[in-house]
Design a protein around this ligand. Structure first.
Ligand code: APR
Length: 270
């Protein structure tokens, strides 16, 4: 991560819950139960094999474009056309018929359906691949690419294609207020109360396909170890920033390691 981008993110993140980049945390301890409630955190790595770019891999989005040009409120204020163009392109990419959920997305939907206790899927991803795979108990903490939000009336609209400053909000008829319904650096991620409530009582926390660079999501593993004292599992292509905080770790492509892990969890479930 470029030093300047980190400075931008941190300067805009005085409160614990704002989207920000911060260093690693201290280990706690944890325990396991028979069929504990589960919180799954997913990141860009789970959608990589669907054909969507991650952020911090060598070929990731942040290697091609700077965070401070497209993913901050200041960038949008300065040059809304550029920010719209960035998200319009990503929206078109997501709607490409080649981009489909994988076995990893489907395995999590099956886990939600068959696990005897609650499974809450918290995703940092703004794509809709989890819901297309059949997940229902899902929180998009960084927003949703396919939705626009009106700065004037707050209405969400999921039916628009390319966004621009000329567009009129279908709800309030005001022009120029529509923005991507995504959380930018320095903004508050969504549904944090619901997420922390689930983290506080889960017995198993599974982190999938995330590099552990962006807070507050990167702090969830420490939260469950200290507050819920839950078992923690990392499933990723390679060790994340906070890898040593996870009791159990499996590395490989999400399409292999996620279905395999879910199969093991469900082995004794009727
Ligand atoms: N299977 C599993 N993991 C993978 C795969 C794969 N096929 N390909 C890549 N990964 C892993 C990478 O090794 C990396 O650890 O996925 C992780 C992706 O990390 P990031 O690109 O940093 O994405 P993420 O952690 O989701 O980013 C968090 O940063 O810029 C923001 O708001 C954006 O939600 C995003 C947040």
């Amino acid at each position: 991560m470029a030093r300047r981008a980190r400075a931008v993110a941190e300067a805009k993140a005085p409160a614990a819950l704002l989207l920000r980049l911060t260093p690693a945390v201290e280990p706690g301890d944890f325990h396991a139960m028979a069929h504990p409630s589960i919180v799954v955190l997913s990141g860009a790595g789970i959608s990589k094999e669907s054909g969507l770019d991650t952020f911090r891999d060598k070929d990731g989005l942040w290697a091609k474009v700077r965070i401070e040009d497209v993913a901050t409120p200041e960038a949008f204020e300065r040059d809304p056309g550029r920010v719209h163009a960035f998200y319009n392109e990503r929206r078109r990419g997501l709607r490409n018929s080649n981009v489909q959920p994988t076995a990893a997305h489907r395995a999590l939907a099956e886990l939600e359906q068959r696990w005897p206790s609650e499974v809450l899927l918290v995703t940092q991803n703004i794509d809709d691949l989890h819901e297309r795979a059949g997940s229902h108990k899902l929180v998009h903490m960084h927003g949703e690419l396919l939705k626009a939000r009106c700065a004037h009336c707050g209405a969400l609209d999921g039916g628009l294609d390319d966004l621009s400053i000329e567009l009129v909000c279908p709800a309030c008829r005001e022009q120029g207020g529509l923005r991507p319904h995504v959380v930018w650096f320095g903004e508050m991620p969504l549904e944090m109360d619901r997420i922390y409530e689930a983290l506080g009582r889960c017995g198993l926390f599974i982190s999938i396909g995330t590099s552990g660079n962006v807070y507050p999501a990167a702090g969830f593993v420490q939260e469950v170890r200290q507050v819920a004292r839950a078992r923690t599992v990392e499933l990723n292509l390679e060790p994340s920033e906070g890898a040593t905080l996870f009791e159990e770790r499996h590395y490989g492509p999400a399409t292999e390691i996620v279905p395999a892990y879910v199969r093991r969890l469900l082995a004794d479930v009727a």
